[in-house]
Ligand binder design. Structure first.
Ligand code: ADP
Ligand code: MG
Length: 359
């Protein structure tokens, strides 16, 4: 069903996105693919559909569950990896027997994170590569919402990834809603980074165009046998924009409430609440600048320049704000995809982000 609010897994439930799927399918012929796009643009859906279609040895790691946490530990990472391995058939899990820091408890694989006998990610990747080779399948590791990995404390995941890049057949997909933050984590352009200079494939998942959005809504309603006036569908797009997630929520609420206005209002209020929650997550570890970030988001609701931002901050504080600070604050908001830049103008990255900062 198109209006199912969970990420899609069945190819029949994925609307459009043939191009992106095709790009991702060829992306996994190479070591690293980035799948980037705003929250709710459909990245997880695209990956999960490909997981159904491609008979690779998939390791899907959901980093989203760590969103809003001050930091992630090696233990968190290893447990996530353990969960992914344990979703495989037992026969494949057996292959991890005998690896340092790895136990088989019955048929469950257990990875140790403790000092002394901790399981090394590079060993696990190497074994994964071997198992896949024996099976004649490609090993693909997905870090969904990978920007969260930059909060991994006490461990540099880039080393095992660089090792795998150079020596193993493992392919990686890094998805990210916060495009700039994914780049900060991978440090591809930083000569001091283990991944410096490695080539990556980048795929951008954009919002649907107006035409596609309307088509998506029509098709979704048709699928559940509902006749919905064209004017309502158009108003939904005009208020929500082309992000598939918001359109899906609207359709989902419409099915429940059987009323356009109520469905639209509910989508907006739920969406705004989600955005605010995500923004609070962004502020974790940035508490000192909390008021400044809110001031910028409010000042930029209809678009703003760097100078507008500086003026708004100084007006609010009644004191000079350093130019470097202004630049840094804006950059963080852009890297976290709350603002986007078009020429000299910064704007909220989508309609509901704009609404979330209305006083
Ligand atoms: P992301 O991982 O980018 O945040 P998701 O894949 O979770 O996005 O999608 C957000 C919501 O939108 C989900 O409810 C999903 O079912 C829906 N959705 C996204 N893209 C599509 C699509 N191409 N076809 C149908 N539904 C989609
Ligand atoms: Mg997702």
């Amino acid at each position: 069903l198109l209006f199912d609010p969970r990420p899609k897994e069945d190819p029949r439930d994925l609307f459009d996105r043939e191009e992106e799927l095709k790009a991702l399918r060829s992306g996994i012929n190479y070591p690293v693919t980035l799948l980037l796009g705003l929250r709710r643009s459909g990245k997880s859906s695209i990956v999960k559909v490909l997981m159904r279609q491609e008979d690779a040895l998939w390791v899907y790691l959901d980093m989203r569950k760590f969103e809003g946490r001050a930091y992630i530990t090696y233990r968190d990472l290893v447990q996530e990896l353990e969960g992914a391995i344990n979703s495989w058939p037992e026969r494949l899990r057996q292959a991890f027997r005998g690896l340092r820091g790895v136990r088989l408890a019955g048929v469950e694989v257990r990875l140790s994170w403790g000092p002394g006998d901790r399981a090394e990610i590079s060993d696990v990747l190497e074994r994964l590569s071997e198992v896949a080779e024996e099976e004649g399948r490609r090993p693909v590791v997905v870090f969904d919402e990978s920007q969260e990995l930059r909060r991994l404390k006490g461990y540099d995941l880039l080393y095992p990834i660089a090792y795998a890049y150079d020596n193993l057949r493992v392919r990686f997909i890094f998805t990210g809603s916060e495009v700039g933050m994914v780049y900060r984590f991978l440090r591809l352009n930083d000569p001091g980074s283990p991944l410096y200079g490695r080539a990556v494939t980048e795929i951008n998942v954009g919002p649907f165009s107006r035409g596609l959005s309307l088509e998506f809504l029509r098709r979704g309603f048709e699928e559940v046998g509902m006749k919905v006036p064209e004017a309502e569908v158009e108003e939904a797009y005009d208020s929500l924009g082309g992000i598939p997630g918001w359109l899906t929520y609207y359709g989902f609420y419409y099915m429940q409430l059987r009323d356009h206005r109520e469905a639209l209002n509910k989508t907006i209020s739920t969406g705004v609440e989600l955005v605010r929650q995500e923004f609070r997550g962004f502020l974790v570890g940035r508490e000192a600048a909390r008021e400044r970030y809110y001031t910028i988001m409010e000042a930029c609701r209809e678009g703003c320049t760097w100078s507008d931002v500086k003026r708004a901050l100084e007006a609010r504080e009644g004191a000079r704000v350093d130019d470097k600070q202004v630049t840094l604050l804006i950059r963080n908001l852009v890297d976290a995809s709350f603002l986007t830049r078009e020429g000299d103008l910064y704007r909220p990255a989508d309609v509901l982000i704009r609404r979330a900062f209305q006083r």
